[in-house]
Design a protein around this ligand. Structure first.
Ligand SMILES: Nc1nc2c(c(=O)[nH]1)N[C@H]1C(S)=C(S)[C@@H](COP(=O)(O)O)O[C@H]1N2
Ligand SMILES: [Mo]
Length: 246
């Protein structure tokens, strides 16, 4: 446990920003040393075996940073915002028995799960908010991952200034965790565009970069080696740890 605390502290001081400054990060020897140190940690000791702490309404942060690639500004996204996301479809495909799409109304009609949890960004800030939405496990139960399924990849609508899209992934164990939700609401209101509307992944057992905003497609795969640079996420492709349990 001591070792884990040390690593958590080092992460917040070693990294400077979640902004697209990947090259600075890649050139940061201390950061790579840190990742090296984090590698041998036993997966079973941390993260998703337990529940993330849940807080009270009075603990909700008055300010919650917006800290990601820019909110999409393309015509399709603007049109969805203007029409309360009625044109939005979440596609789920890949290694599933029943590929399908969900409208926001369909997701809204499913059992909603609410959590007041803390989001921890590697940049060094944390904030508590109330998130409601559909358990990812409920959605996966409808599409039925095949026997060869191992990971769930989240494709997002935003891109960096090079045109590279944001994406993330979880293993099936983390995806099935009861606190892993596709969040539709933030602090009692529909998800604001700047926080990832209409559907944003919320994974309170993992560092902030796992909680993908603006999710448009969920791809169930046996391996993510062939997706983008093959490390399982936008930041992972630039050196972040794939396993980000806290
Ligand atoms: N699509 C997408 N999701 C993302 C990011 C991003 O750049 N794009 N940034 C991640 C990081 S590093 C953090 S800390 C949180 C920030 O979420 P917030 O802007 O709602 O606070 O979103 C995460 N999810
Ligand atoms: Mo972050």
């Amino acid at each position: 446990m001591k070792r884990r605390l040390f690593i958590a502290t080092s992460i917040s001081t070693a990294l400077t920003a979640c902004a697209p400054i990947g090259t600075a990060l890649n050139n940061n020897a201390a950061f790579h040393k840190l990742l090296g140190a984090a590698q041998p940690l036993d997966h079973a000791l941390i993260g998703t075996r337990g529940l993330a702490r849940e807080y009270r309404e009075s603990d909700i942060s008055r300010e919650f940073p917006i800290d990601s690639l820019p909110t999409p500004t393309d015509a399709a996204y603007d049109d969805m915002v203007a029409r309360n996301f009625s044109p939005y479809r979440l596609a789920i495909d890949g290694a599933v028995e029943h590929r399908r799409t969900f409208s926001l109304a369909q997701l809204d009609a499913m059992t909603q799960s609410t959590q007041i949890t803390r989001h921890d960004c590697v940049e060094g800030w944390s904030a508590i908010a109330k998130w409601s939405g559909v358990r990812l496990s409920d959605v996966l139960a409808l599409v039925k991952p095949r026997a060869d399924a191992r990971y769930v990849v989240f494709h997002c609508m935003d891109r960096d200034d090079q045109g590279t899209p944001y994406y993330e992934s979880l293993d099936l164990h983390e995806a099935m965790h009861p606190q892993t939700i596709l969040a539709l609401r933030f602090n009692g209101a529909p998800m604001p565009p700047d926080h990832g509307a209409p559907v944003r992944l919320r994974v309170p057992t993992q560092l902030g970069y796992k909680s993908a905003k603006w999710v448009k497609r969920i791809e169930v795969v046996g391996s993510f080696a062939a997706i983008y640079s093959g490390k399982g996420g936008y930041w992972e492709d630039q050196g972040y740890e794939w396993y980000a349990g806290i």
